[in-house]
Design a binder for this molecule. Sequence first.
Ligand SMILES: Cc1cc2nc3c(=O)[nH]c(=O)nc-3n(C[C@H](O)[C@H](O)[C@H](O)COP(=O)(O)OP(=O)(O)OC[C@H]3O[C@@H](n4cnc5c(N)ncnc54)[C@H](O)[C@@H]3O)c2cc1C
Length: 390
Amino acid sequence: MQAWDVIVIGAGAAGLMCAAEAGKRGRRVLVLDHGKRIGRKILMSGGGRCNFTNYHVEPGAYLCANPHFVKSALARYTQWDFIALVDKHGIAYHEKTLGQLFCDDSAQNIVDLLVKECDDAGVTIRLRSEVLNVERLGEGFEVATAGEQYSCQSLVVATGGLSMPKIGASPFGYRLAEQFGLKVLPTRAGLVPFTLQPDDKQTLEALAGVSLPVVAESEDGTRFAENLLFTHRGVSGPAVLQISSYWRPGERVHFELLPAGSLVQAVAESPNQELKTWLARHLPKRLVDVLLVREELTSKPLKQYTHKELAAIEQRLAAWPLQPGGTEGYRTAEVTLGGVDTDELSSKTMEAKKVPNLYFIGEVMDVTGWLGGYNFQWAWSSGWVAGQVV
Ligand SMILES: Cc1cc2nc3c(=O)[nH]c(=O)nc-3n(C[C@H](O)[C@H](O)[C@H](O)COP(=O)(O)OP(=O)(O)OC[C@H]3O[C@@H](n4cnc5c(N)ncnc54)[C@H](O)[C@@H]3O)c2cc1C
């Protein structure tokens, strides 16, 4: 049996960051991953350019049963620390929008950065090595893959979430947590497109490809000002992905298609303009055609509506309701909500309170960020803090 100081399960964002940091402290570190390539999710992230962090990272951008949990790690290893690392490796990047930082060239730059950091720290990475079983061995652990048995003092679980099963996502980390008596909160797909109810699908299908800026609002009052995109399958775009993490089956989502006050004001400015023409000045024409039918509106000059009628139309379009049929699920979701309950873990080190020397980092735990680089920042921050102590 091969003996290591630290074994990290998962050569993704969190696992590699943790491994490099532990290696720098002189720990003998082995990273095991069942994939054929290192950092597969990083490579496909951000449309191949990896949105690796965000200028505006703050605890409020994370969903977690205990919202305070993320504060310590995010404060100890910040977006500025990761940006400094990106600078150190000479990687060119740019801000796309809303503080989101992307590589100019390719997500491969970020994988190369992590591999170089691991190499320099003497970390060993073994691919095509699926961890099948873990047992307690004294103060440490025994780890089994198909062909090998390993032992380690510290075990770090960085197996990620359930999204994108095609590229190696597995529930292994959750099962391992349960095996050691740790609570795992129910999981569901997040940052994911919505599917529609049959009636809505019929009327809205014609809008596939239409995109517009909106404010999306969930029933708990969370709001995101981003783009809404109609697709053949339902609705998507950043506004939908963001709000999907706050949505529960059966709930409605409201979209502000028009700012409140605009239509009522328009009567004074353009009394003779038809409703349809006025709407088409502010919204994509294809959407206006569908809205008139769906909302049963007859188009006539604005002055012919009563104030009450216009206010009602405006109210409807300022909070346009949609009750999704569901989500596209893990197949297309960017993240998994829920996971290892953070109450089981130390917020300073990510160590399991009940199981000394067992650590959980990254997406496998119940921490999910907004769209826009927040999830990688959580992987870097949680991986870094664990790397200081494992
Ligand atoms: C299409 C897509 C685009 C994304 N774009 C962005 C973006 O631009 N910005 C952003 O911040 N976030 C993005 N995300 C989210 C981000 O990729 C994840 O939050 C992040 O990768 C989580 O890192 P992790 O290290 O916890 O897990 P992962 O990166 O998922 O790594 C887990 C690793 O564990 C391995 N593994 C699992 N089980 C076992 C086992 N039993 N034995 C051995 N190995 C195992 C897997 O093969 C995998 O390599 C995106 C996600 C997707 C799906």
